[in-house]
Design a protein around this ligand. Structure first.
Ligand SMILES: [Zn+2]
Length: 235
């Protein structure tokens, strides 16, 4: 039953896992799927959110859907957090804090990225729980790569208006088309918070053009499922 594949990243020093298309579909039964992932990670509680493509982060305490946001943070033993996606970058973060480990899961869609969801998450981890960014381990799970993630000019304009001229480096132009490098944009937010480059692992797997291991909304349309990235503070 619960023997579906769970991808682990050796550089991430926390209980965690990323599901694939062979695992539970978080689009159909998010609550049931979250419970299954919590069981697999041996965590007591698994919190998730209604993802709204904003910049808000919440502190997780509980099981099930705990609100509307795009990132969750916890430092409580036995508490897990997860985010769901099908092209949007999902990040998992872990760092030592004031009282043990502090972890976070981030849903960094382009709208959340330009609202600095990743920077806001690191700021909450540091401000509330004493997480040290220089000791933070970060992974960016499989998601739409700059090879495929085409966007309109209005997306680049919105990014520059919110993030400044620095955001221009996140876009690649080719044959009149524009591609958004969300991996680079989120890595940049981590660097600016003080996370050293060697502490950031980008999976480098593009959900759109990879072999179908992960669901892709751009590739599969409305029938695309959702996979999840979960992390927790072990007991
Ligand atoms: Zn691609």
């Amino acid at each position: 039953m619960n023997n579906w594949p769970l991808v682990k990243y050796p550089t991430l020093n926390a209980v965690h896992g990323v599901t694939t298309n062979s695992g539970p579909d978080f689009a159909i039964d998010s609550a049931g799927a979250a419970d299954e992932l919590g069981e697999r990670l041996l965590l007591d509680k698994m919190a998730w959110v209604e993802q709204v493509h904003g910049g808000d982060v919440i502190v997780a305490d509980g099981n099930g859907c705990i609100g509307k946001a795009d990132a969750l943070v916890t430092a409580t033993a036995g508490q897990g957090v997860l985010v769901r996606g099908a092209d949007c970058p999902l990040l998992l973060l872990s760092a030592p804090g004031n009282d043990g480990k502090v972890v976070a899961a981030v849903h960094a869609s382009w709208r959340s990225t330009v609202r600095e969801i990743t920077r806001n998450t690191v700021a909450l981890m540091a401000g509330k729980f004493g997480a040290n960014p220089t000791k933070m381990d970060c992974i960016i799970a499989p998601s739409a790569g700059v090879c495929c993630y085409e966007v309109g000019a209005e997306v680049a304009a919105d990014a520059v208006s919110r993030l400044g001229e620095n955001a221009k480096q996140f876009f690649r132009a080719e044959n009149g088309k524009l591609f958004f490098d969300l991996w680079k944009a989120n890595s940049d937010q981590l660097h600016r918070c003080g996370v050293p480059p060697h502490k950031i692992t980008v999976s480098g797997i593009c959900t759109i053009c990879c072999d179908g291991t992960y669901p892709s909304y751009r590739r599969d349309g409305i029938k695309a499922g959702r996979f999840a990235a979960g992390i927790g503070v072990g007991k």
